[in-house]
Unconditional design. Structure first.
Length: 224
């Protein structure tokens, strides 16, 4: 699968509902991903036989109209672009001198649909943000204890009749994560094994009811 296909597949989770209607004829997020990839490829430098260094900071400039539309997405698009750019760098065996940072800025001189990307190496701080993906939905986990179930009282409510009202919870202390079953009727599995409570790592699959949840840890970077 090529990089454009990879970006498109990843961004499908974002380009839904009102967002897809907004971008009927204007700039598409897939084009932003491709522009970042092109800038990364063109600026990567071979430092040694086993090290190819790429810029870690990218600024995407958009027309005023496109910038306003992108702003309506909040941080969802930036999280996804960071994730997909990181995966591309891993496939290309690129390394960064610091954490990856992608910013979107307004450039009134650009026409609708135009993208300009600049890059450099910058000092950044990385904040790790956990998330839980189920189906086409991604939920950012902002609390130390997040309850998942089919009841409206759950932090993440999922319409699945195989789930208990409060089925399981994800624990996060800022660096480590865990899953705890909350006495559910049908039980909870982590990577196919029934659990009561267990620590988990990024990309762990949690099975509950008829649903599969994927735990992710996303790098959110900010400048020093």
């Amino acid at each position: 699968m090529g990089i454009l296909d990879s970006f498109e597949k990843g961004l499908e989770r974002v380009v839904t509902g009102a967002f897809s209607k907004t971008f009927k004829s204007e700039l598409q997020p897939i084009e932003i991903g491709a522009a970042i990839k092109s800038e990364m490829d063109s600026k990567a430098s071979i430092v040694s036989r086993d090290r190819i260094l790429a810029p870690n900071a990218y600024t995407v400039y958009l027309s005023s109209a496109d910038f306003k539309r992108m702003q309506s997405l909040g941080e969802s698009l930036l999280f996804e672009l960071n994730d997909q750019a990181t995966r591309h760098a891993q496939r290309q065996k690129f390394q960064f001198g610091a954490g990856l940072l992608i910013n979107v800025a307004e450039d009134g001189s650009l026409n609708v649909g135009q993208v300009r990307v600049t890059s450099n190496t910058a000092a950044v701080q990385v904040e790790w943000t956990p998330s839980l993906e189920v189906g086409d939905q991604r939920y950012m986990l902002t609390k130390s204890r997040t309850v998942i179930g089919r009841d409206a009282s759950a932090d993440i409510q999922v319409n699945d009749n195989g789930l208990s009202r409060a089925h399981f919870e994800v624990l996060w202390d800022g660096s480590k994560a865990g899953v705890r079953d909350l006495g559910s009727t049908n039980g909870t599995k982590v990577n196919g094994r029934p659990i009561t409570e267990v620590g988990i790592a990024a990309d762990t699959v949690i099975s509950a009811g008829h649903s599969e949840f994927v735990f992710r840890v996303i790098a959110k970077t900010v400048r020093d």
